[in-house]
Design a binder for this molecule. Structure first.
Ligand code: SF4
Length: 97
């Protein structure tokens, strides 16, 4: 086979380089100066501590929307635990039926 005639394989499921930019709202995140471990807690107490930080965050709704849109499974985002985000996604699916 002539290599000049090989069709390129396009895989639309792979993220594009544009998917890796940092959204502007992250500059206003209240958790910016905290350690990641505080937002990826291993127990319920850690979740409550993170949620208290989120409660006063100016970009809470943007953060939650980002986590839901990107199906982020782990950590506290937008004041919601992993379980709460799963519940929101489930209720949206039910609502879409
Ligand atoms: S809502 Fe919480 S996790 Fe999201 S940016 Fe604000 S402080 Fe960070």
């Amino acid at each position: 086979m002539d290599p000049a005639h090989v069709e390129p394989v396009v895989n639309d499921t792979l993220p594009s380089p544009d998917d890796h930019f940092t959204p502007p709202w992250m500059d206003l995140a209240r958790c910016r100066s905290l350690t990641p471990s505080e937002f990826f807690p291993s127990d319920g107490v850690g979740v409550e501590v993170a949620k208290r930080v989120c409660a006063e965050c100016a970009v809470k709704s943007e953060c939650l929307d980002y986590a839901l849109t990107h199906r982020i499974d782990h950590g506290v985002w937008g004041g919601c635990s992993e379980r709460e985000r799963r519940r929101i996604l489930r209720s949206r699916r039910v609502g879409a039926l």
